[in-house]
Design a protein around this ligand. Structure first.
Ligand SMILES: Nc1ncnc2c1ncn2[C@@H]1O[C@H](COP(=O)(O)OP(=O)(O)O)[C@@H](O)[C@H]1O
Ligand SMILES: N[C@@H](CCC(=O)OP(=O)(O)O)C(=O)O
Length: 370
């Protein structure tokens, strides 16, 4: 018997719907509902992140391809989401398991008070024995503030609720060294110890006909969730009955090990919950100070600024080669930083004409990326 855990299961359109007809695959949904209900009955907390609103909406409206315009996608998702939830409610109700619909947009997680509030709602639902079923609120999400894919959404939810497990159910059994649907020589990867291998990142271009992000967004999800201390597994959605064996430690699918010392909830929110509004390029000394010595970022170590943002905004911190290494909340606007970049702290009041703070980003507002 496995100790009670919080598990987030994400199921993609490619597993939920038939690629040809677009109709829902009851042969997948039935066992999934059964296994999640059983886990709940054993005392585990379960959250389901379910895609499928667009796919189901398309099937209902007789559309043969995923819509391309935003307005079309939003309208089709509005048709599909209700049908999807109705089906889930019927199936879970047959097993006496209460469920809840939770629709989130990126902006719900960007604003700290809304993030904290969403977290409280999840905690309350789980305490009441409910299985929350989460999707992006496609109908109202605006392009600049979209998760865009439910892989990232599921990782942010897993991080927010401090889940032990995130299980990504898809139409392949594992992560491969290349897209197995295109390259027959692709080799399966059973375990990713820490950090996602670069050779794999370069080889994750494809996706199924109805899927959104392909394997690339699953790797991003794995990065976000493992950094929060969550164990991530990518496995085939056709066999949901394997989930208890996964939780018991069996080597099924691809397993990503969690960070041994996850950052605090606030730092994780800075790193992955917020949407960066610009970028700062750092010199090598500043990268060392921030990444290895845990120090604040001084204007002296900044060599370039891109984007327009106000003080308090979230920005990317990049090393001299352009690789993103951290994120943080700036103490100065982009316009101010352009004037004081590369300058010593003592020079700042003269340049700006007022006494500012010493740091461009204080270490408490700085989160390293995995
Ligand atoms: N390196 C890889 N390993 C496994 N699958 C890959 C890889 N690169 C691309 N893919 C593709 O990713 C697809 C799954 O992603 P996607 O279609 O978005 O599924 P979902 O709807 O479950 O999110 C697979 O069908 C596969 O073709
Ligand atoms: N929110 C969208 C799903 C977006 C998405 O990530 O799809 P998928 O790649 O199939 O998990 C929907 O419900 O159709």
């Amino acid at each position: 018997m496995v100790a009670a855990v919080t598990v987030v299961v994400k199921i993609g359109t490619s597993s939920l719907t038939d690629a040809q007809s677009g109709s829902l695959r009851l042969s997948v949904l039935g066992p999934l509902v059964e296994v999640l209900t059983r886990l709940r009955g054993q005392g585990h907390s379960v959250i389901l992140v379910s895609s499928g609103a667009v796919g189901v909406g398309c099937s209902r409206l007789g559309l043969r391809q995923r819509p391309t315009t935003i307005a079309e996608k939003q309208a089709v998702a509005a048709v599909g989401q209700g049908r999807l939830m109705r089906l889930y409610d019927d199936l879970f109700s047959a097993l006496n398991q209460p469920i809840a619909q939770v629709l989130l947009t990126r902006s719900d997680l960007v604003e700290r008070t809304r993030y904290v509030n969403a977290n409280r709602t999840f905690a309350q639902l789980l305490q009441m024995g409910v299985i929350p079923i989460v999707n992006e609120n496609d109908t109202v999400a605006v392009e600049e503030l979209k998760f865009g894919d439910n892989d990232s959404l599921s990782a942010l939810v897993a991080s927010m609720v401090q889940a032990q497990w995130l299980i990504l159910l898809t139409d392949v059994d594992k992560l491969y060294s290349a897209d197995p649907n295109r390259d027959p020589a692709a080799e399966p990867i059973e375990r990713v110890m820490r950090g996602i291998p670069l050779r794999v990142k370069a080889e994750v271009q494809g996706k199924s006909g109805w899927g959104t992000g392909g394997m690339a967004t699953k790797l991003t999800a794995a990065q976000i969730a493992t950094a929060a201390g969550v164990t991530v597994v990518i496995t085939n959605g056709k066999r949901p009955e394997q989930i208890p064996a996964i939780l018991a430690g069996e080597a099924i699918g691809t397993r990503f090990d969690p960070a041994p010392q996850p950052a605090s909830a606030r730092k994780r929110w800075i790193a992955y919950g917020l949407v960066p509004e610009g970028s700062l390029t750092l010199d090598a000394g500043a990268v060392r100070a921030v990444c290895e010595q845990g120090r604040s970022l001084l204007p002296a170590g900044v060599t370039a600024i891109s984007g327009e943002f106000e003080a308090g905004a979230a920005v990317r911190l990049c090393d001299p080669s352009g690789q993103e290494v951290a994120r943080g909340l700036v103490n100065y606007s982009a316009e101010e930083l352009r004037r004081i970049k590369g300058k010593k702290t003592a020079e700042i009041p003269h340049i700006l004409g007022y006494e500012g703070v010493d740091t461009a980003i204080h270490r408490d507002n700085l989160a390293l990326l995995d």
